[in-house]
Design a binder for this molecule. Structure first.
Ligand code: SF4
Length: 257
C-alpha cells in the first residue's frame, strides 16, 4: 500500500490569516465574521483558514478561506471562500429517496408505489424467449399471454415468500404476541381459521372470527386468542340462571287512582 507523505506546512500560506480575512470581508458583512479558528494544510503550499461565523441562524458554521502560493512566488493568492458546517452545526438531515421514505401504512388513496423491474421479491411467471426484446415486443408477449390465460406477469419469488413469512410470524399475528401467549389454545385448532393454499398454507391461515382482534388477518397456526371457537367459561364464571317468574294469584293488584 502506498502511503502519501503529508505535505509540509508552508509558512507563507499559514501566516496569511489577514489575507484570508480581507478576502472574506470582501464577500460578507464584517459583523458575520468572528475569530480565526485555525488552519488545515490541504496540500503543498495550499492552506485553508477557518473563521467563526457570527451570522444569526448559523450556529456552529464557519467561514473557510483557502489560500495558495505558486512555486518561487512570495505572494499568496485566494482560491475560494465558502461557508461550511462545523461539528455542532445544525444541518438538514440526509436526503432519503422517496421510495425508501415510504413506510408500510403510509399510502393514501391515489398514491402510487411502483415496484422495481428487478425487485427480488418477484419472478416472471413466463419467459420472453432468448432474443432480447424491446418494450413494445414485451408488451405484445404480455398481451398474448393474457389472452392464453397464462396468469399474472410476475409472481412471488422464494425470497419474497420467505420475507412475508418472516414478517407475519414476527408480527402481532404470530406466536409471540401477548394475546397469543395468554390464549387458551392455538389457531390451528380453531374453527374460525380459514385455510390458505400454496406453500404459505403450511404455517398460516386467515382468522374469520368477527369478534376477534385478528378478523380478516393472516395468523400463524401457533397464534391464538381468547375468542378461540372451543373456549368455554369455567362453571364459576358462567352467569347464574334467573328463577322462573311467579304469578301471584292470591293478592289483588291496587287499581291506579
Ligand atoms: S379466533 Fe382467535 S384462535 Fe381463532 S383463528 Fe382467530 S385469532 Fe386464531
Amino acid at each position: 500500500m502506498t502511503t502519501l507523505a503529508r505535505p509540509k506546512p508552508d509558512s507563507a500560506t499559514v501566516a496569511a490569516v489577514d489575507v484570508a480575512r480581507d478576502a472574506l470581508l470582501q464577500e460578507v458583512d464584517g459583523a458575520d465574521v468572528g475569530e480565526h479558528l485555525g488552519h488545515v494544510v490541504e496540500g503543498e503550499r495550499v492552506v485553508t483558514h477557518h473563521f467563526a461565523c457570527e451570522r444569526a441562524g448559523y450556529r456552529g458554521w464557519r467561514w473557510s478561506v483557502t489560500v495558495a502560493r505558486a512555486p518561487r512566488q512570495k505572494s499568496v493568492t485566494v482560491d475560494e471562500v465558502v461557508l461550511v458546517p462545523g461539528e455542532d452545526a445544525i444541518v438538514a438531515p440526509e436526503w432519503v429517496p422517496y421510495r425508501e421514505r415510504i413506510q408500510p401504512g403510509d399510502l393514501s388513496p391515489g398514491d402510487l408505489l411502483p415496484v422495481a423491474d428487478e425487485d427480488p421479491r418477484l419472478v416472471p411467471t413466463y419467459a420472453y424467449g432468448d432474443d432480447p426484446l424491446d418494450a413494445d415486443d414485451r408488451a405484445q408477449v404480455r398481451q398474448v399471454a393474457k389472452e392464453l390465460g397464462l396468469g399474472r406477469v410476475r409472481t412471488l419469488s422464494l425470497e419474497g415468500r420467505d420475507q412475508a413469512a418472516e414478517r407475519w410470524y414476527d408480527s402481532d399475528h404470530g406466536p409471540s404476541a401477548p394475546i397469543a401467549q395468554a390464549a387458551p389454545d392455538l389457531c390451528s385448532t380453531c374453527g374460525f381459521l380459514v385455510r390458505l393454499s400454496g406453500p404459505l398454507s403450511e404455517m398460516f391461515g386467515v382468522c374469520a372470527n368477527g369478534d376477534a382482534n385478528d378478523d380478516g388477518r393472516v395468523v400463524s397456526f401457533d397464534h391464538g386468542c381468547g375468542a378461540h371457537s372451543e373456549v368455554r367459561l369455567a362453571k364459576k364464571h358462567e352467569p347464574v340462571p334467573l328463577p322462573e317468574p311467579v304469578v301471584d294469584t292470591l293478592t289483588e293488584d291496587l287499581e291506579p287512582l
